[in-house]
Design a protein around this ligand. Structure first.
Ligand code: GCU
Length: 329
């Protein structure tokens, strides 16, 4: 009897302690995610929502700390940090991925997509998956893809046709494809990091740049390059990537929670994007931007030789063909 009582009382102490210790020792993981967009950008908002969802669903066991606004450098640097095990996750555009995995260059092909629907069918369909799967040998995996509208030129002086671009220095996310794109239009490409474009425009180091309307507005480039030329030469998506080593270290439940939250962030980002384009356009106009509608035909014609380059590489040529056959209806 006495022994039973003793046993019971010691169990009463031991059981809660056991429960406590399993909580206390549960593996808490914090993943670092760095990117170069502003906190007002819809991709950042989608990532913040993902971090919140991951924390809630894992009961605080899995956390994501976000470092926005290029605090850890641009995508090239953050991808290298991932490859050196110093960072877990980052966001990079297809152009920025091109130097690691050449298949991403197809997104820099001018006028490849018939419209937004076509682009989304490719990005979120089989072809998009085929391209995304190619990163594995570079040490990272793709968790989510984000739409980023169309990229157009913006300059200090009005442009109405490719002829007006002759001799202009235009900032690009520098890759063989984007550099050639500018050269074909008679300009010279300038490989300036995203975060330094404002000063370069302000000081006249460059005459223009190219981007989608939200980035044109949020970076305040609009203040120093008033003309936005709606030539819409490319549609370049953004990607959320994670170090393959980090992914392998997570347990099955953590991986499931993270993948689900990343997929949900894709849907949220798409939902927010179109409204953001309209809002950014209105804000840019308010501070003096002029949006110029141009005939795209001469731009399309001038850029055709880029396709000859793609045709020389059988892998890229096949991918381009596959993209063209994805129905936009
Ligand atoms: C867009 C894109 C970014 C990219 C940037 C750039 O804003 O969303 O991922 O870094 O363009 O031109 O550098």
């Amino acid at each position: 009897m006495k022994l039973n009582k003793l046993l019971l009382s010691s169990l009463c102490v031991a059981l809660p302690m056991l429960a406590m210790s399993s909580n206390a020792f549960a593996q808490r993981v914090t993943l670092k995610l760095a990117h170069n967009l502003e906190q007002s950008h819809v991709v950042h908002q989608a990532l913040a929502q993902m971090a919140k969802e991951v924390k809630e669903k894992s009961n605080g066991e899995l956390n994501i700390r976000i470092y926005p606004s290029g605090q850890m450098g641009g995508p090239r640097e953050t991808i290298e940090l991932i490859q050196n095990d110093a960072l877990d996750m980052t966001k990079a555009s297809a152009s920025e991925m091109e130097s690691f995995v050449k298949e991403f260059s197809v997104f820099s092909s001018p006028y490849l997509f018939d419209n937004d629907e076509h682009f989304k069918k490719v990005l979120f369909g089989e072809v998009g998956k085929e391209i995304a799967d190619k990163t594995k040998s570079s040490g990272f995996d793709i968790l989510a893809s984000y739409v980023a509208g169309t990229r157009s030129f913006y300059t200090k002086k009005p442009i109405n046709s490719p002829a007006d671009m002759k001799g202009l220095k235009i900032r690009v996310v520098s890759t063989p494809t984007t550099n050639k794109l500018i050269e074909l239009l008679g300009g010279s490409p300038a490989p300036i990091p995203f975060g330094e474009v404002y000063t370069a425009l302000q000081q006249g180091v460059i005459d223009g740049a190219e981007n989608n309307i939200p980035s044109y507005n949020q970076t305040r480039h609009v203040e120093v390059a008033k003309f936005y030329i709606e030539d819409q030469h490319t549609s370049v998506p953004d990607y959320l990537i994670i170090s393959s080593k980090t992914w392998a270290k997570l347990d099955d439940n953590q991986r499931k929670i993270l993948q689900e939250a990343a997929t949900n962030s894709e849907a949220l980002q798409q939902k927010l994007w179109d409204a953001e384009v309209e809002k950014s356009r209105a804000e840019a106009e308010k501070v003096g931007a002029t949006f110029i509608t141009v005939d795209k035909t001469p731009f399309r014609e001038a850029l055709k030789p880029l396709y000859d380059d793609f045709a020389k590489d059988p892998n890229l040529a096949t991918l381009i063909e596959k993209i063209k056959t994805v129905s936009s209806k």
